[in-house]
Design a protein around this ligand. Structure first.
Ligand code: SF4
Length: 469
């Protein structure tokens, strides 16, 4: 997927003028936000916070021991009959997937929801080679039909209204006209069922890989993932190297915080553990399972000051909590990962110069950290990324002069007070609603506030004077 993260301001501008998007995103994020609170604190705040703390420690330990856990996982996965492959970047991962598809003469691949496959553009790569790919998560299916991109990590169609979903289904399939969401879902289910039976390749991600047992953990609500991973003869799971957890017990804890944070459920409808290909005595399951561990920039993040961002379990809670995402939706972020976590990892994965607007797409309210089930300090990372942007970008003469002038005036209190008075006087005489360029970035979107009659310093002096009689 082409990275357009540096077009954030323009894209956000477009989103702000789209009433359907505003309505749909606000509804979806508020619902997710409130459901998370109810589920996470179901047994009281102390219990919910203890669960978060436990999850944060599990991911922290797993990251600290990542190289060893990856080796342990590989050993146990191989013992379970998985074929384990490693991809250093998107190209290598796509080549491996295509090679496997060709080896098995695949013609139709069914896919379950996976951010890693979005990240490397699996669909485009397979389709270019003449292999049909069908998204089978309902939201992803609609996004695919509409030729759009997911706009949320967990709810890919959060930007769409019921009416626009109906329109897409009616235009792109033979669905009989209906406004009833249940009938729409029923139609999609029947449509996909046929495809599942024809598919010769299943492609999934993996929420977790459990090192101790050599298993893939997958959580989902629609059951499509079970079809994807068990009906076709061949299954490929593409998993980021950071998805490792050490033990089954730790996996059990994470499967409690992930659905609570993502969809406000205590447990997802389907919580799967895949322990290898079909055994001789088993009726279901893929005959061959390839697990591809994807690096694609993660090792570099691991060695940087941003390593803790790899703890992310892709729950989407920070998106639902973010006041910026709430009004811009996900497409404005310009690449696969939107919201606060996207503003951190897109610059890290795609290069700071290719996403330098994103660290500023934040009001620093701190809510993303408060809701994160693994307690990632996203605001801190965003501030650090801003510092990195400033330290790497070329000087801007106008900006540098402005800051130097401001700093000089601030260091001379008398001059500062005098300048404040002059500015207040001048602005009160000029009924300006907007400032002229280049000072207009703020006032293009906000009313220019009137200067107060008295400055804070004057009010403070008066207050102190009254207090002291
Ligand atoms: S950063 Fe935290 S809240 Fe955001 S998606 Fe990742 S785990 Fe969820």
């Amino acid at each position: 997927m082409e990275n357009k993260a540096n077009q954030f301001i323009n894209a956000a501008d477009v989103a702000l003028k789209d009433p359907d998007l505003q309505k749909a995103v606000a509804y979806g994020t508020r619902l997710g936000f409130n459901k998370r609170i109810a589920a996470m604190y179901e047994y009281g705040e102390e219990h919910g916070e203890a669960l978060r703390e436990q999850a944060a420690q599990i991911k922290g330990r797993a990251l600290a021991n990542l190289p060893n856990l990856l080796e342990e996982a590989e050993k146990n996965l191989l013992a379970n009959g998985f074929k384990v492959l490693w991809a250093k970047d998107a190209d290598e991962a796509n080549e491996l997937i295509l090679e496997i598809a060709k080896k098995h003469e695949s013609k139709l691949a069914v896919k379950s929801k996976s951010m890693a496959t979005e990240e490397i553009g699996v669909n485009e790569n397979l389709e270019a080679a003449g292999i049909e790919v069908l998204e089978t998560d309902l939201g992803e299916f609609i996004v695919q039909l509409a030729e759009e991109r997911p706009s949320h990590i967990v709810v890919p169609i959060v930007h769409k209204t019921k009416e626009s979903i109906q329109k897409t289904l009616e235009e792109k399939t033979e669905m009989p006209s209906t406004e009833n969401p249940v009938e729409m879902a029923r139609f999609a289910r029947a449509y996909m069922r046929e495809k599942f039976l024809q598919a010769d390749l299943g492609i999934s991600g993996g929420n977790f890989v459990i090192a101790e047992t050599g298993s893939i953990g997958l959580v989902m609500n629609e059951g499509n993932g079970r079809f994807v991973t068990s009906l076709p003869k061949v299954h490929i799971a593409l998993v980021g190297i950071e998805k490792i957890v050490a033990t089954l017990e730790e996996y059990a804890t994470l499967t409690q915080v992930l659905p609570r944070s993502a969809t406000g459920q205590t447990l997802t409808v389907y919580t799967n553990l895949i322990n290898g290909p079909k055994r001789p005595h088993e009726e279901d399951g893929a005959e061959e399972i390839y697990l591809i561990f994807l690096d694609n920039g993660r090792s570099e993040i691991y060695q940087s000051n941003y390593a803790d961002s790899l703890a992310c379990i892709r729950c989407g809670a920070c998106l639902n909590a973010c006041p910026v995402y709430d009004v811009t939706g996900g497409h404005a972020y310009g690449w696969v990962y939107p919201g606060p976590i996207g503003s951190v990892i897109t610059p890290l994965l795609k290069g700071l110069e290719n996403a330098k607007m994103l660290p500023y797409a934040c009001s620093l309210c701190g809510l993303c950290k408060d809701v994160c089930p693994v307690d990632i300090d996203l605001p801190h990372f965003l501030l650090d990324l801003r510092k990195d942007v400033v330290s790497t970008q070329k000087g801007n003469l106008f900006w540098d002069l402005g800051i130097s002038g401001w700093s000089w005036v601030m260091r001379h209190p008398k001059l500062y007070r005098f300048a404040g008075k002059v500015a207040a006087r001048v602005l009160s005489l000029l009924p300006l609603k907007k400032l002229p360029a280049p000072f207009n970035a703020w006032t293009d979107h906000h009313a220019l506030p009137a200067f107060a009659e008295k400055s804070f310093t004057e009010l403070w002096a008066e207050h102190q004077g009254e207090k002291n009689g």
